[in-house]
Design a protein around this ligand. Structure first.
Ligand SMILES: Cc1cc2nc3c(=O)[nH]c(=O)nc-3n(C[C@H](O)[C@H](O)[C@H](O)COP(=O)(O)OP(=O)(O)OC[C@H]3O[C@@H](n4cnc5c(N)ncnc54)[C@H](O)[C@@H]3O)c2cc1C
Length: 279
């Protein structure tokens, strides 16, 4: 039994299944990997898990783990499920007690400015323990992922050494390789844009089991998710997000291109064609 369907819960479930265990995942929210994928994408990954014999129950809350000496089962708000092993993978919380005791400002994590300096001069913080800004929106964010921690570490080191370097912000990027299903996500999910003002647009492409969705805010890429062969193209969209490419302009330009003799960069043509409504 795996409680929680974040990236770690999914990896644990796959590993247990490969070892021959009967595996069930219980997820409180309505779809798996809820922080990283929108429902449509997550349901496809969920279907792949079910195909490999992992039972997934979403929208269900674990109330109790049963058993006196050893685990005998789990009680949810919907059923009793017998099991002998429970993996709790319900998320991470930064340990900010040390910083707080030292008088450093904390909320969900340690608060830092754009140079990764805390509220106390000459004390810097980086990694999973900090709350920093979202690269797409500039809002407060905590994306506790390795690439963010490494980049923040670099910023801290350079500032301590006397450079004046500002952190551009954290963003989500994760891959979920589940048996034969490869999924990638970056930036904002469509659901995460619910509380953001602006013109939102969702581009979707589907070809058999392959699926792509790109989230645009005011014509700029702020996130995307892909399964299967479309995952190969996701790097182009991450580049577009960082460059803040005007995707409407790109679409117009691609539509005007002659069918042969195009001199545009291949990645722009590829990205533009995926953005065309008829593609
Ligand atoms: C199971 C798992 C799988 C993951 N998979 C991915 C992945 O696929 N991709 C990805 O991008 N990210 C992944 N992550 C997240 C990634 O590991 C973190 O974002 C990254 O390690 C953060 O680096 P960090 O240095 O901030 O913290 P950590 O790597 O956690 O290092 C902090 C270190 O500080 C030590 N420490 C804590 N308190 C004290 C103290 N008081 N005194 C001394 N030492 C202390 C800890 O023991 C630890 O060694 C995963 C995390 C987990 C748990």
């Amino acid at each position: 039994m795996v409680i929680g369907s974040g990236a770690i819960g999914i990896e644990a479930a796959e590993a247990l299944k490969k070892k021959g265990y009967a595996v069930t995942i219980i997820e409180l929210l309505d779809w798996i990997l809820p922080a990283l994928f929108d429902e449509v994408t997550a349901k496809r990954i969920e279907a792949a898990m079910e195909r490999y014999g992992i039972h997934v129950h979403t929208g269900e809350k674990v109330m109790r783990i049963n058993g006196d000496i050893a685990v005998t089962g789990v009680t949810t708000d919907k059923r009793e499920i017998p099991c002998d092993t429970v993996v709790v993978a319900t998320g991470v919380v930064p340990g900010v007690a040390l910083a707080r005791t030292a008088g450093i400002a904390t909320e969900r994590g340690i608060q830092v400015d754009r140079t990764m300096q805390t509220s106390v001069p000459d004390i810097y913080a980086c990694g999973d323990c900090v709350q920093t800004i979202d690269a797409c929106t500039g809002e407060m964010a905590m994306f506790q992922l390795k690439h963010n921690a490494i980049e923040q570490g670099e910023i801290v080191a350079r500032n301590i050494l006397g450079e004046q370097v500002k952190y551009l912000g954290a963003y989500a990027f994760a891959r979920a390789h589940f048996f034969d299903t490869h999924a990638v996500t970056f930036g904002k999910t469509m659901r995460a844009t619910d509380c953001i003002l602006g013109d939102k647009e969702l581009i979707e492409r589907e070809n058999g089991n392959d699926y792509l969705r790109v989230v645009l805010l005011d014509g700029k890429v702020v996130g995307g998710q892909a399964i299967g062969k479309y995952a190969d193209s996701i790097g182009f969209f991450i580049g577009a997000m960082w460059r803040k490419d005007d995707m409407n302009r790109l679409r117009r330009k691609i539509a005007q291109l002659p069918s042969t003799g195009a001199v545009h960069a291949w990645h722009q043509i590829h990205m533009g064609s995926l953005m065309q409504s008829s593609a």
